[in-house]
Design a protein around this ligand. Structure first.
Ligand code: GLP
Length: 261
């Protein structure tokens, strides 16, 4: 795992967007794993801007989102399909047929989960998975006690997650209590992982995720097992990391990061 600390949310997000843009340019047919949440809104703004100003080409990309609420139709303003269209897909030259999210309205949710895993395999696996972290320590909607080898499945959401996301709904009681999510094992199968975490309210959970023991109580700790995972944080989110100086030293001295300094 590599931890990169940037001064503020804007520069952390800018760096994450540059890393993603570089991967897309290196491999135009990239299979890109995507996340949702408030943190990612800023990231998608940067990617849309890179598309507009620097011609970043999304036309050959395939995307897979981490998760979707069960019971929300795609046009519901809080569905993750709606979120993705609104924040990214409607503003770049992606072929919408190559954008994938689990179908939270499927009659047979278990079959939909198996199908989603198969779609990922059929595309040759995810090249780069973008991740945020929830206050419960989840990646995707892998709530505490998610098995390290879990695959795409339905998960009940914890009260912490419901409290975090319910205010985004016009009527907070409308928030579904279950979601389909890629499993921790599905995420660990991605070739590269890139986690973006900003804001003081994430400081405690990201310190546990990066420096704490690996535990299924905090599914993000599983990323410590991934051979190629980068975590980009701002100073506010980094405030409880014990080894900040070491991470800064690596970033300043690692040749690969020179182009991003
Ligand atoms: C949701 C998503 C997660 C995301 C989290 C972070 O719960 N399922 O994939 O990491 O939101 O949200 P925010 O960026 O709003 O803190």
């Amino acid at each position: 795992m590599e931890v990169i600390i940037r001064p503020d949310a804007e520069s952390a997000t800018h760096l994450a967007a540059r890393v993603i843009a570089r991967e897309i340019r290196l491999k135009p047919k990239l299979v890109l794993g995507l996340a949702t949440g408030r943190t990612m809104e800023r990231l998608y703004r940067h990617l849309v801007e890179t598309h507009r100003k620097d011609d970043l080409d999304f036309s050959l990309l395939t995307t897979f989102n981490l998760d979707e609420y069960i019971g929300l139709p795609p046009d519901h303003p809080q569905s993750y399909r709606h979120y993705m269209n609104h924040h990214l897909f409607d503003h770049v030259n992606i072929d919408i047929r190559n954008t994938n999210l689990p179908d939270g309205m499927a009659d047979d949710i278990d079959a939909e989960c198996v199908h989603y895993e198969q779609l990922i395999r059929d595309c040759g696996g995810i090249d780069l998975q973008v991740l945020g972290i929830g206050r419960s320590g989840h990646i995707g909607f892998n709530e505490p006690l998610s098995a390290m080898f879990s695959r795409t499945r339905a998960k009940a959401l914890t009260p912490t997650t419901i409290e975090q996301n319910a205010p985004l709904f016009a009527d907070p009681r409308e928030m579904p209590k279950r979601a389909i999510t890629m499993g921790v094992g599905t995420i660990l199968d991605s070739k590269h992982c890139l986690m973006l975490v900003t804001g003081a309210e994430k400081a405690s959970v990201i310190a546990k995720a990066v420096e704490g023991p690996v535990t299924s109580m905090i599914s993000a700790t599983a990323l410590q097992l991934h051979p190629d995972c980068r975590v980009i944080v701002d100073e506010a989110a980094a405030s409880q990391l014990e080894n900040k100086e070491y991470y800064r030293w690596i970033f300043e001295n690692e040749p690969e990061w020179q182009e991003f300094q």
